[in-house]
Write a protein that binds this ligand. Structure first.
Ligand code: SAH
Length: 256
């Protein structure tokens, strides 16, 4: 067995509520030899990893890198090369702002067999739990996912805020807490309507999910009042108005 090459699963754990794990991700958590995880899956899911399993916390919280991406890539390859079944567990979906694509490329380079296991992305699930469908026939017929925190090592800016200001659909911003003020100002500068509804959903689908509602011109102030913290998603668009109609009956997933 040990001489055989191992196998890697690049899997998403969904947005945090363990009931939103896929059947496959749950099975892999129970069966893998090694689980390499970030903090994003959350304690409820990390706590499901069996005692006997080797657990490695890659701990990639913003500003507090336990392991660099290179080190993580090396570790996955190293564990697979000694014949282990490795579960690389990432929050949400592994290929949505999760660097899963980079890890997959490394596995191809190292000639290690792997497969991807999609997860429910927080971009859809967190707004849903907050009563915000990210599309709605009467409101928004387009959606875009953007990063609010661009890689500082990249020379060119990849997010075109001028284009987004004109975009008449729902904008979902990942990793957007730190740069909220700057990004809102960019949208306002390019003449996006200051009354555009905005929601910030912290810890979406977890028992302590919290939703802050405002409009483009006052959401920064509201986020300060609430001391909003990552992980949080920012949803911009008219669909946010649905929160007060279909989001208030079950404001807390604990009651679901
Ligand atoms: N692959 C993940 C995203 C990873 S990027 C996915 O598909 O969901 C990390 C960012 O995702 C966080 O900064 C935050 O913006 C968002 N995020 C992930 N889980 C979240 C949750 N439960 N609630 C709110 N935001 C979340």
């Amino acid at each position: 067995m040990k001489s055989k090459k191992g196998y890697v699963y690049l899997a998403g754990s969904g947005p945090g509520d363990p009931d939103l794990l896929t059947v496959k991700a749950k099975r892999l958590i129970e069966e893998a030899d090694v689980v390499i995880y970030d903090q994003l899956p959350g304690d409820a899911i990390i706590g499901m990893i069996p005692e006997k399993t080797e657990k490695i916390d890659a701990g990639k919280y913003a500003g507090d890198h336990t392991l660099t991406q290179d080190e993580i890539n090396k570790l996955i390859v190293e564990k697979a090369n000694v014949g282990k079944v490795v579960l690389r567990l990432k929050g949400g979906d592994p290929y949505v702002f999760g660097r899963g694509g980079e890890e997959a490329e490394e596995l191809v380079k190292a000639n290690i067999p792997f497969e991807v296991v999609p997860g429910i992305t927080s971009a859809i699930a967190a707004p849903a739990y907050a009563g915000i469908p990210i599309t709605h026939r009467n409101n928004n017929s387009m959606v875009t996912f953007v990063t609010g925190h661009e890689d500082p090592t990249k020379d060119e800016k990849a997010v075109d805020w001028e284009l987004l200001a004109k975009f008449n659909g729902t904008i979902v911003i990942f990793m957007g807490v730190k740069m909220l003020e700057k990004n809102c100002n960019e949208l306002l500068k390019f003449k996006k309507d200051p009354n555009t509804p905005v929601a910030i959903i912290e810890r979406g689908t977890r028992p302590d999910q919290r939703v802050t509602i405002g409009v483009l011109s006052n959401i920064v102030e509201k986020s300060k009042e609430n001391n909003v913290k990552a992980p949080a998603l920012i949803v911009i668009g008219d669909v946010v108005n649905l929160h007060k109609i279909i989001g208030l009956q079950n404001p807390n997933p604990k009651n679901f």
